[in-house]
Design a protein. Structure first.
Ligand SMILES: Nc1ncnc2c1ncn2[C@@H]1O[C@H](COP(=O)(O)OP(=O)(O)O)[C@@H](O)[C@H]1O
Ligand SMILES: Nc1ncnc2c1ncn2[C@@H]1O[C@H](COP(=O)(O)OP(=O)(O)O)[C@@H](O)[C@H]1O
Ligand SMILES: [Mg+2]
Ligand SMILES: [Mg+2]
Ligand SMILES: [Mg+2]
Ligand SMILES: [Mg+2]
Lengths: 331, 207, 331, 207
């Protein structure tokens, strides 16, 4: 395994320690519950917003903690949802008079932990609301499946809800806003390679040199289908068609576009992809108001990317444009 | 008999730790490869907390085991295994000694808990598909008056057969479900774990 | 080759197109000379600052163009310095009354192209000064070598000079400032894997599963020595000792610290590394005033990182803290 | 004789394009693996611009070749090869026809240009270490009155031997220099390119 790691069991705690040391004025690391939170939380007249999920998706979600986005994140081990107890303890730590908003990606494990954690917190008299993110169009939402997964689109929920939270919105308003963002956000991802959880030491899956996986999840779950490698533009065509036709996004729509790297794909390739994505979206008659090119929700060192479209309205656009002070930054 | 409960939990814990890599590998085929790691951390915690646990009543002991798991294991396994031990412990109420029929009831309670927590049932390609038939066999063997060692052996055989039987199934729960059709032909990691654990307990019982 | 690419010959142009399309209000792409420049350049009462180098180091340098940093960047092909003609043409395009500052990393190819390009520009009466960056301590600066390489430390030169440029400093002042930053900046990098230039299609070098390369350059040039894989902390110990003892950085020094990813290493690992780097630097009695964790100067998809220390003074710290509007951004 | 100059440049261009991958591979051992790609782009441009070039005088023609290279090839190769063709062209002044001794002078001028531009000399493990001895041999063969085909063959043999002789050398210039000791035992990409090109020209001349 070619990774920077000491004892694999310490991978997540050591990463969280690094985040806190890099942001001493704004962030705090609480080892007991594996959580990163703002030092100035709870703020009583502001709803506290938290997200939990497996680790391995960085910067999601621990590096998205900060004024204007999350107030706390409680990650589990790599690709494992946090224990229900962490969700409960984190909720208690951040709870303000206005309540706590739980954001989570729709995976069985996360749902289970957050349901239990919420019950425990509510038993303590804490007001909790939940927004479940499920933007992945790769999973067909048929009756027998567990529903669509939450993937890179979660960024837009965190950002919009985070900005609205700073503006003093109520818990119910934030819940409604979060669900509204989910309702206009769609994503599909693909992978060129698998990835290796530090504690496992071997790749979750391996792809032959000439094959790629379409419709991948953010945990290395194999996706929809495995096909031969293709030129970048053809890959974009397939993802864009799947994403755009799902909502659907129509000519005249104002959109935000995200080309999200899976962790191992260099930014040069992401911008190469964006160039063609941009042209194709414009061809479809949409107006690109905001674009996001980089890593927002990854799968460790997996090579691949996901494409996200968000249908904007003036309020949403304004919330996305608002400032946020989080760990991922350039300066 | 209460000592037996602790003995069985010890055996399970040891065997989970021994099989950590193997279980993760199974989960990696169509899942995300963390199953072994997750429950291993849980039973590690169980062993760490061992001396702080209440050993007077098997019921409270099993509830302590549940807490250790819930506070250290995330996701599906944390909830599913935590619920199982919690329900099992609750089913024993305040009994200090437990009977063979208590054991069956204890398993039934765990199974009900899993079904509810996991919004699942037999045929979804989960650990239930091995656990449930194995418990049926255990009850049958007990009713036929076979002694415990034999009953455990017979249950272990069924657990193994049932685990193998998950191969043709299509996963309807957990991450494996996202792969739909592609889960056909693979073994469910949780089901295989059940077979491994029943076999380990049966073997240890004889020694 | 597992990359998002169409015709490998178009890799760089298609990436540059993407950058321009993602930043239509601020950046312009000039295909003829493969360059990215600010739309509002030249500004006559401001020195224009440009850097050129091979491509494959993104975000350096084409994604570092924008108000407060570079005014233009003229990349060559992947890992090949730009043709002298591009340097000349770019210099002409950005030239302001106050002159043009050339920033370049110390490699034979880049030096040759910039020397020729500068001569051609000066022949047209353009004022040009040059700052050559050579922060890499892995290369022993003996008489027969071509001198130390310029690596991730170039970020601090671009940032400081860029901020000072916005404040109207003269060409000579910027040249002096740039050289001053170089004189207090030291870096050493290492790699866990090689990397594959799109046009080559195969890795420049491959490392066995249990080996790593210490003292790597940013072009996949093999480094100082190949050794067995080691725990993250031990790797940090070796790089930090080499870097810190070079200037040397002493107890009481105020420093900026950069943990720079080589392209294929996920941000989770970079923060894990930073946690230990931070502790060790504090142990050495230095004060960390600014930290940078992420990708600043990469080698395509190489897995690895480099560690940079900069000795700060109040002026330098202030310049590094100044805002800059460049392509790499989170929102 | 001017046609011969164009013929040789044609052969060089074709052979560089044929050997693009091979040259890059050589540069990849201790360099950065782009040598073949870089000069291939240069000679591609030369062929594209071919018809727009001034073919009246070999000197100006060679200068046009130089411009095509300088405007399309980056880094060391752009400067080194650009300089070589520029100096070679300048050495011919306005001659319309050139002699064998002009050919030797042309090569000498190119070599001087490389030494100056590259701040290098024989023994630094660069293309010079193959080019320079090959040109010495060419001059010698010419002086011995051998006909051009034979002289080119003999120069090609020396170029190949000299390229092989770069193996034990330690690189003092270019990216390979960063690897210091480790460059020992490897062939210099540029030197091998010289051998390949001399061999190609010698072969083509006979046909
Ligand atoms: N909804 C469910 N109910 C009961 N058991 C489940 C459910 N989903 C998955 N499982 C069992 O859990 C195992 C996977 O556990 P684990 O890998 O820890 O979960 P995940 O990685 O999906 O969070 C599966 O092999 C299956 O036996
Ligand atoms: N300073 C120099 N002077 C002359 N030739 C050089 C010099 N440095 C390198 N070379 C030659 O150029 C070749 C490498 O060319 P290329 O790969 O294009 O350069 P780089 O990748 O280092 O910019 C080497 O094999 C060597 O023969
Ligand atoms: Mg998991
Ligand atoms: Mg799993
Ligand atoms: Mg090069
Ligand atoms: Mg090279």
């Amino acid at each position: 395994m070619k990774k920077f790691v000491n004892d694999p069991k310490d991978f997540v705690p050591e990463m969280l320690k690094g985040i806190a040391l890099a942001n001493p004025k704004t962030l705090k690391y609480v080892p007991a519950y594996n959580l990163i939170m703002r030092v100035d939380i709870p703020i009583q007249d502001k709803v506290s917003i938290m997200q939990g999920s497996g680790s391995g998706h960085e910067p999601a979600h621990v590096m998205a903690v900060g004024k204007g986005m999350l107030d706390a994140a409680c990650p589990g081990n790599v690709f494992a949802a946090p224990p229900a107890d962490y969700v409960y303890q984190t909720t208690k730590l951040v709870a303000s008079k206005k309540g706590v908003l739980h954001l989570l990606n729709n995976y069985t494990g996360d749902t289970m932990s957050f349901e239990t954690g919420r019950e425990m917190a509510e038993a303590d008299g804490i007001k909790v609301r939940t927004v479940t993110i499920n933007d992945d169009v790769a999973v067909k939402d048929s009756t027998w499946t567990v529903g669509r997964r939450g993937v890179a689109g979660n960024f837009f929920v965190m950002k919009a809800v985070g900005a609205a939270g700073e503006r003093g919105r109520s818990l119910e308003e934030l819940e409604a806003l979060g669900n509204r963002v989910v309702s206009v956000t769609r994503t599909m991802g693909m992978a060129l390679t698998g990835c290796t959880p530090p504690a496992k030491g071997t790749p979750i899956f391996t792809l032959p040199e000439d094959e790629m996986e379409m419709g991948i999840g953010i945990h290395g779950e194999p996706g929809r289908k495995r096909i031969k490698m293709a030129p970048a533009n053809e890959i974009v065509d397939e993802l864009l068609e799947a994403v755009a036709s799902d909502l659907p996004y129509k000519s005249g729509d104002e959109v935000a576009v995200m080309v999200n790297g899976m962790g191992g794909t260099p930014i040069s390739e992401l911008y190469l992809l964006y160039g063609y994505v941009h042209e194709q979206i414009v061809k479809r008659g949409m107006k690109i108001k905001r674009n996001y090119v980089g890593e927002y929700c990854t799968s460790l060192e997996m090579a691949g990317f996901s494409l996200t479209l968000v249908k904007l309205d003036p309020e949403l656009e304004d919330l996305l444009a608002a400032p946020a002070e989080i760990a991922i930054r350039v300066f | 008999m209460s000592k037996n409960v602790e003995f069985v939990v010890q055996v399970i814990a040891k065997s989970v730790l021994e099989n950590e890599a193997y279980f993760s590998e199974l989960d990696g085929v169509v899942g995300d490869g963390d199953f072994g790691y997750s429950i291993a951390r849980g039973f590690e915690k169980v062993l760490q907390e061992w001396d702080n646990m209440d050993h007077t009543m098997p019921g409270t002991f099993l509830k302590n085991v549940s807490s250790a798991i819930v506070s250290s294991v995330g996701g599906v396994s944390g909830s599913i295994w935590g619920t199982s031990f919690l329900r099992a412990g609750m089913s024993l109420e305040t009994k200090e000694e437990i009977t063979r029929s208590d054991v069956v009831l204890l398993f039934r309670a765990a199974i009900e808990g899993i079904k509810k927590r996991g919004a699942t049932d037999l045929g979804d390609k989960t650990l239930l598909d091995a656990l449930s038939p194995a418990v049926d066999q255990l009850e049958k063997s007990f009713n036929e008056g076979k002694d415990t060692a034999v009953a455990l052996d017979e249950a272990a055989v069924v657990a193994r057969e049932s685990a193998e039987a998950t191969r043709p199934m299509i996963a309807k729960k957990g991450r494996a479900a996202y792969t739909g059709e592609r889960s056909i032909g693979t073994l469910d990691a949780g089901a295989v774990a059940m077979a491994v654990l029943f076999e380990a307990v049966a073997k240890a019982w004889k020694e």
